[in-house]
Design a protein around this ligand. Structure first.
Ligand code: PLP
Length: 378
């Protein structure tokens, strides 16, 4: 089976992990700060805090922005459940903004309409779906006019650019979050990161990631009682990453441009190979360059039988995403089919084709042949 996504681990990655295993620090050592500095530099952002996964990065971002009971977070229905769950962890409510049928990202027009009719949320989470940046300049203008905070969920999008600048630079947001799950652009096995230019938020994020504890006398309530002394100044968590994972992340970053180049070449090749088939290829806005985490086509006809035929022919197709508001947990909160029709129509026809750096041209030819065959039987 050709998987839809897969990590690319080389000998240097393995050596980097082994090096940490032989060192004095397995966790909370020098490899973490090095990894954070490398990502911050890559994304042109002032502060980075590595954490145990992308989901907790979103949770900490919400906590740092004081999201709590009685507050509201809006996000896209076309995302992984974590983009919405982060609000629920804080006791806040969730609502969704329907998607743009071209980019499959949260629609700025729908957002503006909703803001005119309803109380603004405290936090908006635009998700850079498949690696293509949202229209952040327009979102930031609305955030300013209506007074809400913005967390960019860039789990798909490290390495993408928007208006010539790297996603993650937080020019248009308060915080950006990343995921380093194995199917994403670079991996630490499990891992994530928060990025921000705001020193106040960076301080809170760093403390919340490790139990709400500080050893910095300037952040203490009472002041230090001695070299052993620490204070818990907030209710935080153990959301730390290990040095083993951070070393893997640093090693992976050596090859991020190679990974991105291969993903972009494969996406361009899909565009060419699929041009004659009755599928809608992913439309790209001229404002950005995608990181191509996913290559999603829209099919006509019976999506399920096309999908099953792909799987039967050894193609590990997938579907991203089941609209979050249709998950039973969210239905129980009152959401129902028809609430976000663009996301639902998109979902009904979506198939994610395999795309990962080690995919060969021959693998890709097999995928296209299997898809052509599945569509012929429609
Ligand atoms: C992967 C992903 C997450 C969560 O990341 P984990 O590292 O798996 O916790 C959040 N949002 C989106 C859009 C994702 O794709």
């Amino acid at each position: 089976m050709i998987p839809y996504g897969r990590q690319d681990i080389d000998g240097e990655d393995i050596a980097a992990v082994m090096e940490v295993l032989k060192s004095d620090w397995l966790t909370t050592g020098p490899a973490i700060e090095r990894f954070e500095q490398q990502v911050a530099s890559r994304c042109s952002v002032a502060h980075a805090a590595a954490v145990s996964n992308g989901t907790v990065a979103l949770h900490l971002a919400c906590r740092a922005l004081d999201l709590g009971p009685g507050d509201m977070l809006w996000t896209s229905p076309n995302t992984f459940v974590a983009s919405a769950n982060c609000a629920r962890y804080c006791g806040a409510d969730v609502d969704f903004v329907d998607i743009d049928p071209r980019t499959y990202n949260l629609s700025v027009e729908r957002l503006e309409e909703k803001l005119k009719k309803q109380k603004p949320p405290k936090v908006l989470v635009p998700v850079h779906f498949a690696g293509q940046a949202c229209d952040m300049e327009a979102i930031a203008a609305l955030a300013k006019r209506y007074g809400f905070a913005v967390i960019e969920d860039a789990s798909h999008a490290i390495g993408a650019t928007y208006k010539g600048e790297p996603v993650g630079n937080c020019r248009y947001s308060d915080i950006t979050t990343l995921s380093f799950h194995p199917v994403k652009i670079v991996t630490t096995a499990e891992g994530g990161m928060t990025l921000t230019n705001r020193a106040d938020l960076a301080g809170r994020l760093a403390i919340l990631r490790t139990h709400g504890i500080t050893r910095d006398p300037s952040r203490m309530d009472k002041g230090s009682e001695g070299p052993w002394y620490y204070e818990q100044v907030d209710l935080g968590y153990n959301y730390r990453i290990t040095d083993i994972q951070a070393a893997l992340g640093s090693s992976q970053l050596r090859r991020i441009d190679e990974f991105l180049a291969r993903r972009r070449a494969l996406a361009a090749r899909y565009d060419t190979l699929l041009a004659g088939l009755p599928v809608t290829r992913p439309w790209q806005h001229a404002d950005g360059v995608s990181a191509w985490h996913l290559y999603v086509v829209q099919v006509r006809g019976d999506r399920r039988s096309i999908f099953e035929s792909l799987r039967a022919h050894g193609v590990g197709a997938n579907v991203h995403y089941i609209p979050v508001h249709l998950q039973p947990y969210y239905r129980a909160l009152g959401f129902k089919p028809g609430d976000f029709p663009a996301a639902e129509a998109y979902y009904a026809a979506a198939i994610t084709l395999p795309l990962f750096p080690r995919m060969t041209d021959a693998d890709q030819d097999r995928v296209v042949e299997a898809l052509a065959q599945a569509l012929r039987h429609e």
